[in-house]
Design a protein. Structure first.
Lengths: 479, 492
């Protein structure tokens, strides 16, 4: 057995169990956090030093560990590290369940890490469910009406999505007699034409996978869930689980559905259409939001749309383009979400409200929080010199190259719409008079993560090549 | 890092210092702002002095790889037109710092944004890489938003947002155009694009589509009717310094972009669609002028006059001959100086009298004789009276447009556009009369005239206006090598 290939996942799962055990023996806030962070750092060391020179199949090809896994592992681990550090700014509301919160976050992380390497329909399903079930609980952790409703909504829609996905998997298995992604591709290659079962299964599978990424039409859970969940969980959902969801779509489709030739173009085009719908709906609905978490939920849906452009390019180019841009986009998006959400956590702690109007006069109450939040929002808008601009640029470039100019026009017009509501937040913070002029401190943990993210946003905006180069060497192997 | 890069980034460095030094006093932030505005001005004067027109082409180049996988580079350099616009921008940047020295409200943030704005405009005029050009083009939006929305007046938040959305709308199309260009030619590098041309190479989309995608972005900024409606709001509600930068320098990016990219890379499409753009220029000139006549707010009046005057730029550009192009380029510089002066004057007027409504002003020549003189000079410049830079620029535009034989209907457009001159005379003279002449009003008796500092910066601009007006060769000598190769694309 090649256990050493999954050392990162093992470290995270072991730390999660250790947190629960430690909490039984000696409940202590700092101990839980320390184990969680130490687990993530250990996993990151394993993930960083692992051998990725050749794609390695683990457990009879259930998982494939390759450069793509490495990039995503490191990304997901860094984001999770940030999320867990930032959550200490939310400790006051999770005091009694701190160990459970940390442990569940790590279980979710285990699932997401597996999602980045899953190369079999069965392991993919298990990874997705580990993630989703952990999140159902995390979202409902506050146990108040909103939080419970959020959890229930996510669970119901998630359940439906899982059922659809499973049905799709069954159809694909029926058509190709395999569950391993490369077997499916091989079996389909020997058919003269894509069978109805395979096509139908593929689209059901896509539908189910779109849930995790919160794409139209499986986005409905996102606004309520984002609003009701504890804010660090909202951040986690948006910055990490969305990325893992997009990543697994990319791997499953690029590996399994490439034969016959036209199949890639089919799902590439489907992704393009969903992308256009997702970003337009997300942006338009975001316009009228007054709650910052809801607004960011809709903005996140819109960003799923932009990421789906990357998926579409991968499909239309038969996997030869779009991957590096997509990876870069994920990283840039995660950084912006980290910067924005850490400051939202820091500020709403003082305000006791998630309404945008509460942010009035933030530029005077805390210039640093204002600057970091604004930079994050500019990056989400896609203005230079931020990472968000470069991310959009790379994704759009690939799309134009593969005949998706119409989609890019839709996307850039969407960017203009999004500028309106992001600027609305900035306007409130910058121009409106605060109800209470007292100073707000950005907080040590939230401030640190936001400053680091902001620095990275600027660095990637000015010198994107430092990360793009890495992304370009982290591509999926094509069958 | 070469002298040009230094010029571009010095203001940004100043902005950074002002932004990050903790507990910086207002006085020190003013000093830093002054230093960060004077140095680029000195450097650009120096570059202007040593630029070699005989050699032509792009000089003071700096370039290194930026994003190798898509072949984008940091590549800056200036030819005659860029150089004049860089000089203009750094002059206006310096003046707008001087204008705002008295800013009491959040002076640190104000100067930081103002300097950042200057860097982005300088960057646009110097970029020789399309991606870099676009990045600078977009960066400008953020400082301008903050400048208008916080230090402006009237419906400042509305105007600021409108400005941002219009600009982003335009640049959205522009980005699509730039990408189309990139996939057609395989490079973002402008000198390479000029050399290779777009020709019959495999095209990612029709050249005409690219041409239009690009020109929409520029037309919003210039602005061209019917995309001009952001301009009066933004100019009117912006603080004086931002109005000077906006009208004097920023909207020139539109004309510059058309010259550099749309005409330079798409000569056939430009020739094909020239009648359309000449017609739009005509509408901008006449409609802009007519609307200006009806304005009662002094800043709004100057703002609308810009729509009309930028129409001349478009008219000159699409004459597609040497004299028309030279006129358009001169008009870019000349309008920058004249409108800069008008907005500076209007700023002083409003600050000292606390009044911006033209009907309520009157007879101010008694109380403010120097300002009256300044305004008169700016007005004759705007009317295009011989001796001023306005004359030489507009005369060249009309000469060029009139002789634009290759453009169908050019004579008609030109003749109708000529009424723009009459309109300019009408609105400038009536404003001058209403505001400065006629019976003196006692309410303004305590109003003071220009201070020494105000005389200094108005004097700088007036010098520029007459320098180009009386000795145009100072500008045309450096412009010649930039325009001649372009004009030869359509046979001279």
């Amino acid at each position: 057995m090649n256990w050493h290939y999954i050392l990162p996942e093992i470290s995270i799962a072991v730390s999660a169990v250790a947190i629960i055990l430690a909490d039984i023996i000696r409940p202590n806030r700092w101990l839980s956090s320390a184990i969680a962070l130490a687990g993530i750092v250990t996993a990151a060391v394993f993930a960083f030093t692992g051998d990725y020179s050749q794609p390695a199949g683990v457990f009879n090809g259930m998982l494939t560990i390759d450069a793509w896994s490495q990039f995503l592992r490191l990304l997901l681990l860094s984001v999770s590290f940030g999320v867990l550090v930032v959550s200490s700014g939310y400790f006051h509301r999770l005091e009694n369940i701190w160990a459970e919160f940390n442990a569940l976050s790590l279980f979710a992380l285990t699932g997401m890490l597996l999602m980045s390497s899953a190369s079999d329909l069965v392991s993919a399903f298990i990874a997705i469910e580990i993630t989703a079930i952990s999140f159902f609980v995390l979202v409902g952790m506050l146990k108040d009406a909103r939080s419970s409703e959020a959890s229930l909504k996510m669970m119901l829609i998630g359940g439906i999505a899982s059922a659809i996905m499973l049905y799709g998997m069954a159809l694909v298995f029926g058509a190709s007699a395999g569950t391993r992604l490369d077997e499916i591709s091989l079996a389909a290659g020997s058919m003269p034409d894509a069978s109805t079962g395979l096509l139908l299964g593929m689209f059901f599978l896509l539908a189910g996978l779109l849930f995790e990424a919160a794409a139209v039409p499986f986005h409905m859970w996102a606004p309520d869930t984002y609003e009701g969940a504890p804010t660090p969980v909202t951040l986690y959902l948006s910055a990490a689980s969305k990325i893992a969801g997009i990543a697994i779509i990319a791997r499953v489709f690029t590996t399994a559905f490439t034969q016959p030739q036209s199949l890639s173009a089919d799902w590439g085009l489907a992704a393009a259409v969903i992308s256009a719908l997702t970003m337009t709906l997300g942006n338009v609905l975001a316009l009228s939001q007054t709650n910052i978490k809801r607004l960011l939920a809709y903005s996140g849906i819109a960003h799923t749309g932009y990421m789906l452009i990357g998926i579409s390019v991968i499909g239309l180019s038969q996997g030869s383009a779009g991957q590096a841009a997509l990876l870069f986009y994920m990283a840039a998006f995660a950084l912006a979400e980290l910067a924005v959400f850490s400051m939202v956590i820091a500020v709403t702690r003082h305000l006791n409200t998630d309404e945008i109007s509460g942010f009035a006069g933030l530029s005077r109450r805390s210039p640093l929080a204002f600057a970091l939040l604004s930079l994050g929002l500019f990056s989400l808008t896609g203005l230079p010199p931020t990472a968000g601009f470069m991310a959009k640029l790379f994704v759009f470039t690939g799309a134009v190259q593969h005949g998706l100019l119409w989609l890019i026009i839709v996307a850039v017009l969407n960017t203009v719409i999004s500028a309106y509501y992001y600027l609305k937040i900035i306007k409130v913070m910058w121009l409106e008079e605060p109800a209470d002029p007292g100073k707000i401190k950005p907080g040590a943990s939230t401030g640190t993560i936001a400053v680091i993210s902001a620095a990275a946003i600027l660095l990637l905006g000015i010198a994107p090549y430092v990360l793009l180069k890495l992304a370009e060497s982290s591509l999926l192997n094509l069958p | 890092m070469g002298i040009l890069s230094l010029t571009i980034f010095l203001p940004a460095l100043g902005a950074l210092l002002i932004g990050v030094i903790p507990g910086l006093s207002a006085r020190f932030s003013r000093l830093i702002a002054l230093a960060a505005a004077v140095l680029p001005l000195c450097l650009s004067v120096y570059m202007f002095a040593v630029y070699n027109p005989a050699a032509g082409g792009f000089q003071f180049e700096d370039s290194f790889q930026w994003i190798p996988s898509i072949g984008a580079g940091y590549h800056v350099g200036v030819d005659g037109l860029s150089l004049l616009l860089v000089l203009l921008t750094s002059l206006l940047g310096f003046i707008s710092v001087l204008v705002s020295l008295k800013t009491e409200h959040r002076p640190r943030a104000f100067f930081a944004w103002l300097l950042l704005l200057e860097t982005s405009i300088l960057g646009v005029f110097s970029s020789l890489d399309l991606l870099l050009f676009f990045v600078f083009w977009e960066i400008e939006v953020i400082p301008m938003y903050f400048l208008i929305s916080n230090w402006g007046s009237g419906r400042k938040e509305y105007s600021a947002l409108k400005y941002v959305l219009y600009t982003l709308f335009g640049s959205a199309f522009m980005l699509a155009g730039i990408m189309g260009l990139y996939f057609t030619a395989g490079t973002f590098n402008l000198p390479e694009l000029y050399q290779a041309g777009l020709g019959p190479a495999a095209q990612s989309l029709p050249l005409a589509a690219m041409f239009f995608l690009l020109i929409i972005g520029f037309a919003v900024k210039l602005p061209v009717f019917p995309l001009h409606t952001w301009l009066p709001d933004a100019h009117t509600d912006a603080p004086t310094a931002a109005s000077i930068m906006l009208a004097g320098s920023l909207i020139k990016m539109g004309g510059y972009g058309i010259f550099r990219i749309c005409l330079g890379l798409f000569p056939d499409q430009a020739a094909h669609f020239a009648p359309l753009f000449m017609a739009l220029a005509m509408v901008s000139i006449v409609y802009g002028g007519a609307i200006t006549l009806r304005q009662t707010d002094i800043k709004r009046l100057i703002a609308y006059s810009s729509v009309s005057h930028m129409g001349f730029v478009l008219l000159g550009l699409f004459s597609l001959n040497y004299i028309g192009l030279a006129g358009a380029c001169l008009q870019l510089v000349s309008h920058g100086l004249i409108t800069g002066l008008l907005f500076a004057g209007a700023g002083i007027l409003m600050h000292n009298t606390h009044e911006r409504h033209i009907k309520k002003l009157g007879g101010l020549a008694r109380q403010m004789p120097v300002l009256a003189g300044v305004f008169t000079i700016a007005s004759i410049g705007a009317m295009g009276v011989p001796g001023t830079s306005g004359f030489i620029a507009e005369a060249s535009v009309f000469l060029g447009a009139f002789s634009a034989g290759s453009v169908t209907g050019s004579t008609v457009f030109t003749v109708i556009s000529l009424t723009g001159i009459l309109l300019a005379a009408a609105y400038m003279l009536t404003t001058l009369l209403k505001v400065f002449f006629g019976p003196a009003k006692t309410v303004f008796d305590s109003v003071t005239d220009l201070t020494r500092l105000e005389k200094f910066y108005c004097g700088l601009l007036i010098t520029g206006i007459f320098l180009i007006g009386l000795y145009p060769a100072i500008a045309t000598d450096v412009l010649e090598p930039a325009i001649a190769p372009l004009a030869s694309l359509w046979g001279g």
